[in-house]
Design a protein around this ligand. Structure first.
Ligand SMILES: *[C@@H]1O[C@H](CO)[C@@H](O)[C@H](O)[C@H]1NC(C)=O
Ligand SMILES: *[C@@H]1O[C@H](CO)[C@@H](O)[C@H](O)[C@H]1NC(C)=O
Ligand SMILES: *[C@@H]1O[C@H](CO)[C@@H](O)[C@H](O)[C@H]1NC(C)=O
Ligand SMILES: *[C@@H]1O[C@H](CO)[C@@H](O)[C@H](O)[C@H]1NC(C)=O
Ligand SMILES: *[C@@H]1O[C@H](CO)[C@@H](O)[C@H](O)[C@H]1NC(C)=O
Ligand SMILES: *[C@@H]1O[C@H](CO)[C@@H](O)[C@H](O)[C@H]1NC(C)=O
Length: 467
């Protein structure tokens, strides 16, 4: 129970009963999988479904063999990750033959998360790199070299040109596949994403829809990547995390004419405010993105709604739908030590000992104005009145944490996790004056009681867990 309070372990990993795909199985035309395991966000699927479903792609080797074998594959959506505390993928990337000669079908859709692009499989296989037993007796080192398989590789690769041997995993993939057919590409927090951004633009001749998640492996050349693509070729761009507000100008200058769908936002976390565009940056949307139909971005409110910013957004003539992302955490909440940490317990105890009430409790922990039906309707009406060109059909308000729940190793749950609200305002299928806004999730979030009651927190205190 107490452990549970401190370490919220992800839902138990359920092993999948389906077997791995093999080359004697029927070829799929698309693959969507998580390695390890092959269950894609379906940890709650019942066991009967698991048992009877077709063979899955739970290893990088099985996905690789399907790509080699199946000429009609057009779409791959792959997440490589650590799951829970003990589930490792077999590899972090595809085992291309360093000598070359592998052939993949020309994919049209590719979405990769956690893939490792910049490893050089032909490097580091020599005896001198085999330093696991460095200093050990030579025959012992030789034996280790042989046992690791690197000795065999070393003699296999010896005849290759230095250029071939030094290729990264990504460069081997460039050789194995016609990248010019890719229309939809997603890059989510990959290892060596910087390397991809650097090398890939010239191959991506048909790219129309791009999705990027900066995350904690965010790279510094994402803007260069986007601007190195064919000018005004992207119709859809999603960029979540890892951008700076002045990147908007560069993006719109290179793809503003073609963009119809733009999502550029930061996920909220406990530590800092999400970024939000200034008014003069928002003005660029109507000035240089004339075809924009859908926009999704962070909005900063601090006690009052930024009505001026809403008016500027509404001046985009072709805009029809908007998603507004709002921070849920108030300034004072963000300044507290991390919830449930030792520092937090100390901070709280100091107030108790001085007989002072603990600051920033209850509703004060949440950013104002609160998001509810009436506040959302006020914004929606304001934007509809300010709208030029097409009518505004729908505005969706998202507050707080909408990220996928954590399924990696043990960690301490941040305060914000799971705190969220969603309100949808739409005129579709409705007449003027009807209730346009509906709370779809998290109604009254600012009134809900704390996760842990005072009694539970006192229990912490009593057991002196924070020393
Ligand atoms: C690929 O598609 C073609 C044409 O639809 C079909 O004839 C062929 O059998 C398919 N190949 C595989 C391996 O499924
Ligand atoms: C950008 O990132 C790469 C690799 O992550 C690094 O080598 C390079 O120095 C960085 N460049 C700048 C200007 O920060
Ligand atoms: C691109 O954006 C348009 C307009 O918002 C949307 O209808 C379409 O589904 C998007 N396509 C992709 C591949 O995301
Ligand atoms: C929000 O407003 C308050 C009071 O007007 C101000 O002290 C605070 O710095 C503002 N916070 C941000 C993040 O702008
Ligand atoms: C706090 O309040 C308790 C009970 O009201 C009292 O006994 C104690 O002396 C107070 N402590 C301080 C530091 O004021
Ligand atoms: C909705 O939010 C607004 C803005 O914070 C607040 O003034 C109002 O009381 C809320 N309405 C309800 C019904 O809670």
């Amino acid at each position: 129970m107490l452990l549970e309070l401190f370490f919220l372990v992800s839902a138990a990993f359920l092993p999948t009963n389906a077997r791995q795909w093999s080359t004697s199985d029927q070829c799929p035309t698309s693959i969507r999988t998580t390695v390890p395991g092959g269950h894609y966000d379906d940890r709650y699927t019942d066991s009967e479904t698991r048992r009877t479903r077709p063979p899955n792609f739970g290893t990088m080797r099985s996905v690789h063999s399907a790509l080699l074998k199946c000429p009609n594959l057009t779409s791959l959506d792959l997440r490589v990750t650590l799951l829970g505390c003990s589930e490792w993928p077999d590899l972090w990337n595809f085992p291309f033959n360093v000598e070359g000669g592998d052939r993949y079908p020309p994919l049209k859709k590719l979405r990769l998360e956690g893939y490792s692009f910049d490893e050089q499989p032909g490097r580091g296989v020599g005896l001198k790199n085999s330093d696991e037993f460095y200093g050990a007796w030579l025959p012992e080192r030789l034996f280790d070299w042989w046992r690791s398989g690197n000795m065999q590789k070393y003699f296999q690769y010896k005849s290759l040109s230095a250029e071939q041997r030094d290729k990264t995993n990504l460069e081997l993939w460039f050789d194995a596949m016609d990248w010019s057919q890719i229309e939809t590409l997603g890059l989510l927090d990959n290892r060596g994403q910087h390397h991809f951004m650097d090398k890939a633009p010239r191959y991506l001749k048909s790219l129309r829809s791009l999705e990027i998640w900066g995350g904690w492996r965010g790279s510094n050349n994402t803007v260069a990547f986007v601007t190195n693509l064919e000018p005004n070729s992207l119709t859809n761009l999603t960029w979540i995390g890892g951008w700076e507000t002045n990147d908007l100008q560069s993006i719109l200058e290179s793809h503003g004419q073609s963009l119809q769908h733009l999502e550029i936002r930061d996920p909220e976390n406990d530590r800092q405010l999400t970024q939000a565009f200034e008014k003069d940056q928002l003005l660029l949307l109507s000035q240089i993105a004339p075809s924009l139909k859908h926009l999704s971005l962070n909005i900063r409110r601090n006690g009052t709604w930024p009505f001026e910013s809403f008016s500027i957004i509404a001046s985009s003539p072709s805009l029809e739908t908007v998603d507004l992302w709002l921070d849920i955490t108030s300034d004072c909440q963000r300044q507290k030590p991390q919830m449930y940490s030792v520092a937090y317990m100390k901070w709280e105890r100091e107030f108790r000992e001085r007989n002072e009430s603990i600051p920033c409790q209850g509703e004060d922990r949440f950013q104002q104005p609160f998001l509810n039906e009436s506040s959302a309707l006020e914004v929606f009406k304001h934007m509809r009145n300010a709208k030029s060109g097409e009518q505004l059909r729908k505005v969706t308000f998202w507050a707080g944490d909408w990220s996928r729940s954590w399924d990696g190793p043990i960690y301490i749950e941040p305060w914000i996790e799971g705190r969220s609200a969603k309100v949808v305002c739409t005129t579709e299928g409705m007449v003027e004056g009807e209730a346009w806004c509906t709370v779809e999730d998290g109604g009254g979030y600012w009134k809900n009681r704390a996760r842990w009651s005072e009694e539970e927190l006192e229990e912490f205190d009593r057991l002196d867990l924070m020393t």
